[in-house]
Design a protein around this ligand. Structure first.
Ligand code: PAP
Length: 348
């Protein structure tokens, strides 16, 4: 490395530290102490991610997670859509909302999903419900029941009342290669301008190391997978690829799991097909709200709809990376009964 390269590196590093310092200034003393005590690694769109309760979080997510853990009171009728980011969250939120509310909104002419992005209708605990509140408990009394929530929080870190109540969790995962590419493209599009572009090599190294927000991939997926085996009435475990293959079947499966199966009349009158069409990638991507709206301050809705395909990773990931990541995932999932091999058949 030349001296110029080195000074550039030091300058970037000190910029990172300044950004993180100003981020930390906004937080209480006690919380600052906690953050400073945690192992940290370079972040993707925040200066650092911190190892908290066995997973990697940006600092601004940790306080909302703690508040959620301390205060959230689940109701038996609640439904939680859980995912690692970029696994099909937006799609599953839309489908779940449409399934659960199909009697309230039988007409597809003025359905809320035509006017609101799914993240608006099914708020995240850590980014929305507790995201703004920090250490306060938000008032959830106005929410219609069943209440629908989303989360990227790993199973082990969910509020105890979610685990203890009869509320239901639907988890969706996606093969790690498409997940990585989707992450990489999304984060480069939504990162603050002051952050440098993340190269595929950097993204790959961090993904393999597990230092993605809410990662590691293997631990996140396995947490929900194991719970779905132990408590199949509690956790429904889905794969993005299976939904792509037969979404009608999975829409019916979700409805059954949530205790609101479609009647024969509904099936024959096309209710399932209508939900599938309403929530399809093609339909959602073209809605005005998803072309021009935004979630929160920073993320434009359009970035949640890129290609929506299975296997797009082959256009980006070279064989050397395929080999390394396949090995890691195989080791992670070994003996669990969970596999993504069908989704990357040219591997191993
Ligand atoms: P999030 O976790 O940040 O909310 P998430 O919705 O899980 O993101 O992931 C976005 C991916 O789902 C994108 O995949 P891609 O980058 O490979 O294209 C996006 O295109 C895809 N997606 C979004 N909506 C749908 C949909 N209705 N049907 C299928 N795929 C979708």
């Amino acid at each position: 490395m030349t001296s110029t390269d080195l000074s550039h590196f030091t300058e970037n590093q000190s910029k990172d530290e300044k950004k993180e310092a100003s981020e930390e200034d906004k937080l209480g003393e006690e919380f600052k102490e906690l953050i400073l005590s945690l192992p940290k690694e370079k972040g993707w769109i925040t200066p650092y991610v911190y190892l908290f309760q066995g997973f990697w979080f940006p600092s601004h997510i940790i306080q909302p997670v703690i508040t959620f853990q301390n205060h959230f009171q689940a109701k038996d009728s609640d439904v939680v859509v859980a995912t690692l980011p970029k696994s099909g969250t937006t799609w599953l939120k839309a489908l779940t909302f449409a399934i659960v509310n199909r009697h309230n909104f039988p007409s597809l002419e003025n359905h809320p999903l035509l006017a609101y992005n799914p993240h608006h209708l099914v708020p995240f605990f850590e980014l929305s419900v507790y995201g703004e509140a920090y250490d306060k408990t938000p008032d959830l009394s106005n929410m219609n029941e069943p209440r629908l929530f989303g989360t990227h929080i790993p199973f082990t870190s969910l509020a105890k009342s979610i685990k203890d109540s009869k509320c239901k969790i639907i988890y969706i995962c996606r093969n790690p290669f498409d997940n990585l590419v989707s992450h990489w493209v999304f984060l480069n599009k939504t990162k603050p301008e002051s952050f440098p572009t993340i190269t595929l090599d950097e993204a790959f190294e961090r993904f393999c190391k597990g230092t993605i927000g809410f990662g590691p991939f293997g631990s996140h997926v396995l947490g929900y997978w194991k719970e779905s085996i132990a408590r199949p009435d509690k956790v429904l475990f889905l794969k993005y690829e299976d939904l792509k293959e037969d979404v009608n079947f999975h829409v019916k499966r979700v409805a059954e799991f949530l205790g609101c199966p479609f009647t024969q009349d509904e099936v024959s009158s096309g209710v399932v097909e209508n939900i599938v069409k309403l929530c399809s990638f093609e339909k959602m991507k073209e809605l005005e709200v998803n072309k021009s709206g935004a979630v929160g301050k920073n993320v434009e809705n359009k970035h949640f709809f890129r290609k929506g395909e299975v296997g797009d990773w082959v256009n980006y990931i070279p064989p050397s990376m395929v080999k390394k990541l396949s090995k890691i995932i195989e080791e992670n999932l070994s003996g669990s009964g969970l596999s993504f091999k069908d989704n990357f058949p040219m591997v191993i």
